[in-house]
Design a protein around this ligand. Structure first.
Ligand code: GDD
Ligand code: MN
Length: 380
């Protein structure tokens, strides 16, 4: 019989933990679902694989040994490839992730979530016995993900190593599993629509047993950078800038045409040119940059146009303010001040429009909606 859940457990030197893990998983899951536990071991010198194989006579455990290869995320990806379940799960072998939480996560999946994430950052969750240094590193890493990868923004713990997902989320998708954080790959490249975050407490550790060091932190940064272009945010920003440039062309072109060809006074031409470029930018952003975020209907479109104008007006204020203060207070050459002003205004325009004019939450095609309705339904 095919299992409902395939739980992938990557291991490197976990011989001391594997038996406790397997028996606790079994105690928890035996009564709640059909499952298989897939241990992916990178040929640990401490005999983890042998220990796990020994357990497979008694429990639904499969053991995969990779030789000449190391890496947490790639081990998990390997495990996915051997899984039969419709639901795939990932957890650590060292009991830092409580197996007793799995049924909770599974319940969310059964109720419609595509990904259910064990989160240390939901109310009720946390970390035990972490030094403040590790807390800090974790928080900085998490903020970086939120900042750079829009797909992770609403996920309270995008770096979690404890989660379940529906197979279809990653079906046909090429994950690029380097480093530790395979969940980021899933969130950015995968096809999840409903993501649920469920609090859990990361169990305490004795100092030094983690394999996560400076090297993994550098790898993490490289991973984030590699995911940048795969996520919507940067592409959207580039589109927004291209639209802005097209607006400049429209503005300059009309200013010249109306003044030189139609013979208007240049300030009158400028007023028309500015109006035209604003309309140009709005139409292009609405039908291209933020196409997937439109709510249908004329009224909604007018509302967006109004918001777009308000945002631009504030943007002009920011531009002027910086131009004035850099030039007058700091003595910067006025054309250079203006560049700073334009840069700041662009950032403001993009952020405000992306989060207000074309709000992500109210949209059906938004990729990640935290299953709030779901959680009230499930929690009840
Ligand atoms: N196959 C394989 N190959 N497994 C590995 C490797 C590897 O190269 N490196 C680590 N593992 C296994 C460990 O045996 C353990 O089961 C799990 O992956 C996590 O490794 P740890 O070294 O114990 O990670 P950690 O405790 O520092 O990090 C945890 O916290 C992170 C969030 O702060 C993990 O849960 C991460 O997944 C999580 O992102
Ligand atoms: Mn660990």
């Amino acid at each position: 019989m095919t299992p409902e859940l395939s739980l992938i457990v990557p291991t490197y030197n976990e011989a001391d933990n594997i038996e406790a893990l397997v028996s606790r998983v079994h105690e928890t899951l035996a009564s709640c679902c059909r499952y298989e536990l897939i241990v992916v071991d990178d040929d640990s010198p401490d005999g983890t694989a042998e220990a796990a194989r020994y357990l497979s006579s008694q429990y639904p455990v499969k053991v995969i040994v990779r030789r000449g290869e190391r890496g947490l995320a790639s081990a998990i990806a390997e495990g996915f490839g051997h899984a039969h379940g419709d639901v795939l799960g990932v957890m650590d072998a060292d009991l830092k992730h409580p197996p007793e939480k799995i049924p909770d996560l599974l319940r969310y999946i059964r109720n419609g979530a595509d990904v259910a994430i064990g989160s240390r950052y939901e109310p009720g969750g946390g970390t035990e016995k972490w030094t403040w240094q590790r807390q800090l590193v974790s928080r900085v890493a998490r903020s970086l993900a939120h900042l750079l990868l829009p797909s992770s923004k609403k996920v309270s713990d995008p770096l979690s190593g404890f989660f379940l997902l529906r197979r279809k989320v990653i079906q046909g998708i090429e994950l690029n599993p380097t480093g530790y954080k395979i969940l980021l790959e899933v969130l950015v490249r995968g096809k999840a629509r409903q993501v649920a975050c469920i609090p859990y407490t990361f169990r305490g550790r004795e100092a030094g047993d983690s394999k996560y060091g400076i090297r993994e932190q550098v790898n993490y940064l490289r991973h984030l950078l590699r995911l940048l272009p795969a996520d919507g945010g940067v592409r959207r920003f580039i589109k927004f800038c291209l639209v802005g440039s097209s607006g400049v062309l429209v503005n300059m072109g009309l200013l010249w045409l109306l003044t030189e060809v139609a013979g208007l006074f240049y300030l009158a031409s400028a007023a028309i040119a500015i109006g035209a470029s604003i309309i140009n930018n709005f139409v292009l952003n609405d039908s291209w940059t933020f196409r997937d975020r439109r709510t249908p209907g004329m009224a909604a479109r007018l509302m967006r146009f109004l918001k777009f104008n308000l945002v631009s007006a504030v943007g002009i204020g920011i531009n002027m303010g910086i131009l004035w203060s850099c030039t007058e207070l700091l003595g910067v050459y006025y054309l250079l001040s203006n560049l700073f002003g334009i840069g700041a205004a662009m950032l403001w325009n993009f952020t405000a429009n992306a989060s207000w004019t074309w709000k992500p939450g109210s949209v059906t095609s938004s990729r990640h909606r935290i299953a709030q309705k779901l959680s009230t339904r499930v929690g009840a």
